[in-house]
Design a binder for this molecule. Structure first.
Ligand SMILES: *Cc1c(COP(=O)(O)O)cnc(C)c1O
Length: 378
């Protein structure tokens, strides 16, 4: 007989309810086994070779070409990359992309950080910061003295996505933190000047690298700031990064495995139909997960407005009687990992990534597994 309350540690989810792959973290996130196998197959001739030589440069070239195609970049746009991840790019952009004054839409942990970096820079005016409650997103307000609008395509801490559009009548650059969105959400390149991200989320690779898709206006801004002689540490100098990128190189040594896995994922997307294919997978997962949450008696999507609910990161609140942390712990013990919520948000919820690498069928399996755990907890 099933006792009226199970000890969490004793709950064993039946094998037929488990997903094929148990990785649902918001980043680092699932790396496809096919990509790892492909890396392993070229390991002897690729890993441990010079990034100044053709073998590695051709991977960087393939990656840049693949991203150009995936995002249908208009003529004149460039793919720039460097070491340090998205966090590093905020600092580099503070030096090399903001001329004088930026405006930031802040609606969670990640979007607040670029605003803080701009505010701390002694050579910039204080930024305008527009905030909204967690679980929603603010709208940009066009102001003549703003030369860069800092948007976030998907706020990973709260599971809110927002459409990327140029603020009406604005002359400033539009810089978009797309770290968890790029490759999983649709975007029109005409609507941004710098769309930047790191490869450990929708691109199923590892962290430590940043990429920025740059419009001609963003490239001009980078060069013109460099010409004014603003002091910038060389490793953060976007004009140096741009110069290297167009030659399929990075300023200093990149992680070769990361580049390879990243390129492999971009190729997988492009070979299957591009952004429609990859974003379509996240759409399918989101439909499964939110439909499930709305139909259970014990869970609800945290984000109220349907159009704001992210298709790459779901945040699901649990009713008071069910401790989400315990559910996450049981899932983890059963091989379903990283469903814990964003700590600082402090809610009784699970956060589940629905990046394109994650099979929609596995998202369906997680829903069933959660139902089982909640039932077993009594
Ligand atoms: C993960 C994430 C970051 C931080 O990325 P790092 O590569 O770890 O610096 C920044 N912004 C968003 C929206 C993210 O999801």
């Amino acid at each position: 007989m099933i006792p009226y309350v199970n000890e969490p540690a004793d709950i064993v989810i039946p094998a037929h309810l488990l997903p094929g792959d148990g990785r649902f973290g918001a980043g680092p996130s699932k790396v496809r086994p096919e990509a790892v196998a492909a890396l392993s197959a070229v390991a002897d001739t690729y890993l441990g070779t010079s990034h100044r030589q053709k073998t590695v440069k051709s991977v960087v070239g393939s990656l840049r070409e693949g991203l150009r195609s995936l995002f249908s970049l208009p003529e004149g746009y460039e793919v720039m990359l460097g070491n340090g991840g998205a966090t590093y790019f905020w600092d580099a952009a503070t030096f090399g992309l903001i001329e004088r004054k930026s405006q930031h839409l802040v609606f969670g942990e990640f979007s607040s950080k670029f605003a803080a970096a701009a505010k701390a820079a002694p050579f910039l005016d204080d930024p305008e910061v527009i905030t909204s409650d967690v679980g929603t997103h603010p709208e940009a307000v066009t102001h003549g003295d703003v030369d860069l609008y800092a948007l976030t395509h998907n706020e990973t801490s709260t599971g809110v996505m927002m459409p990327i559009r140029r603020p009406e009548g604005s002359a400033g650059l539009v810089a978009v933190d797309a770290t968890s969105a790029a490759g999983g959400l649709r975007v029109d390149a005409e609507q941004f000047d710098a769309y930047y991200f790191a490869p450990q989320k929708c691109f199923g690779s590892d962290g430590g690298l940043w990429v920025a898709l740059l419009s001609p206006a963003a490239q001009d801004r980078i060069r013109s700031i460099a010409e004014t002689g603003r002091w910038t540490p060389a490793s953060m100098d976007l004009s140096i990064a741009l110069e290297n990128s167009v030659q399929d190189q990075t300023y200093n040594t990149p992680a070769l495995a990361t580049l390879f896995l990243f390129d492999h994922q971009v190729q997988w997307y492009n070979e299957n139909g591009g952004l429609e294919f990859s974003a379509g997978r996240s759409d399918r997962s989101a439909e499964i997960l939110y439909t499930w949450a709305e139909n259970t008696g014990f869970a609800t999507p945290f984000v109220t407005r349907e159009q704001d609910r992210s298709h790459v990161i779901a945040t699901i609140d649990f009713e008071e009687g069910i401790d989400a942390a315990t559910v996450a712990k049981v899932l983890r013990a059963n091989g379903i990992v990283d469903t814990e919520p964003y700590r600082k948000l402090g809610r009784n919820q699970l956060r589940i990534a629905m990046f394109p690498a994650i099979d929609p069928e596995d998202i369906a399996a997680v829903c069933g597994a959660i139902n089982y755990v909640v039932g077993a907890l009594g």
